[in-house]
Design a protein around this ligand. Structure first.
Ligand code: CTP
Ligand code: CA
Length: 232
C-alpha cells in the first residue's frame, strides 16, 4: 500500500469506502440530512489501512475524523458522492458503500435563504429521487474494469411484510452487489453507537456470517470476506 503497510491481505489493493450522511440543500443555509455518524466508514478505512490497502475515503457529513493515510475526498450531496464514486471505480478493487445516501433531495434549491416574512402559505417541500449509486456501480463495473468486490450496507427494521433478514436478502438481489452488511435497527442500536451487531450476506449463496462487536470488528470481518473473494 501507498502508506507503508506492505504486507497484509489487501497489500497492493485499492479499497474505496464511502462514509457519513449526505446533506441535500434546501437553500444556502439549510439541508435535509440524516443521523449517520460516519463511524462505521471510518472503522472500515482504519481496518483497510491495517490490512495493507490503499484507501480512498469518500466522506459526506461525519462526526469523527478520517484516519491518517487515506486519500480523502469530501462531498456533501448524493450527486457529489455519486461523481466521486464513479470516478474511483476503475482504480478500485473493492467498493464499500457505508455512506447513508439520501433517497430523495429537494426538487428545487432556493438561491437565497427561504424567509417566513411574507404572507404566503407554509412551503411544501417537493422531493425527487436520488440515483442509486450502489446499483449503478454494479452496472458499470464491467466497462470500467471496476471493483471485483462491491459491498452494500443496510439498516433494516422488520415490518408487517417481512423480517429484517428477508428485506436484506431482497435488497442484496435488487442491488446486485456481492456482499450486504445487515444491521438490525429499531432500538437505539446502531446510529452513533460504537458497537453493532451485523450479519454479512453474500450473493454467492454462502451462509450469512454473524458478527457481534465493535464497528472495527464488523469492519475487519467485511474486509476479510472481501480479501478472501479477491485472493481465492
Ligand atoms: N445506496 C446508494 N445510493 C442510494 C441509496 C443507497 O448507493 N441512492 C446504498 C447505501 O450506501 C447502502 C445500500 O445502498 O450501501 C443500501 O442502502 P439502503 O438505504 O438500505 O437501500 P435503498 O435501496 O435506499 O432502500 P430503502 O428504501 O430501504 O432505503
Ligand atoms: Ca435508502
Amino acid at each position: 500500500g501507498r502508506t507503508g503497510a506492505a504486507a497484509g491481505p489487501l497489500a497492493g489493493r485499492t479499497v474505496t469506502i464511502t462514509a457519513g450522511g449526505t446533506r441535500e440543500p434546501l437553500d444556502p443555509v439549510r439541508f435535509l440530512g440524516n443521523r449517520s455518524s460516519g463511524k462505521q466508514g471510518m472503522a472500515l478505512a482504519e481496518a483497510a489501512l491495517a490490512a495493507g490497502a490503499s484507501v480512498n475515503l469518500i466522506a459526506a457529513a461525519v462526526e469523527v475524523p478520517a484516519p491518517a493515510g487515506v486519500r480523502l475526498t469530501r462531498v456533501e450531496t448524493a450527486l457529489e458522492l455519486r461523481s466521486a464514486v464513479l470516478a474511483s471505480l476503475a482504480e478500485s478493487d473493492v467498493l464499500i458503500m457505508a455512506a447513508a445516501v439520501a433517497d430523495f433531495r429537494p426538487a428545487q434549491v432556493a438561491e437565497s435563504k427561504i424567509k417566513k416574512t411574507d404572507d404566503a402559505a407554509e412551503p411544501v417541500l417537493q422531493l425527487v429521487r436520488n440515483p442509486d449509486i450502489l446499483a449503478e456501480s454494479v452496472l458499470r463495473r464491467a466497462d470500467t474494469g471496476g471493483p471485483a468486490v462491491i459491498v452494500g450496507f443496510a439498516a433494516e427494521t422488520g415490518d408487517p411484510d417481512a423480517d429484517p433478514l428477508t428485506h436484506a436478502q431482497l435488497k442484496l438481489k435488487r442491488k446486485g452487489c456481492d456482499l450486504l452488511v445487515l444491521n438490525v435497527v429499531g432500538r437505539d442500536l446502531v446510529f452513533g453507537s460504537d458497537t453493532s451487531a451485523a450479519l454479512i450476506l453474500a450473493a454467492d449463496g454462502s451462509e450469512p456470517l454473524p458478527v457481534e462487536g465493535s464497528k472495527r470488528e464488523v469492519a475487519e470481518a467485511v474486509l476479510a470476506r472481501a480479501a478472501a473473494a479477491l485472493n481465492p
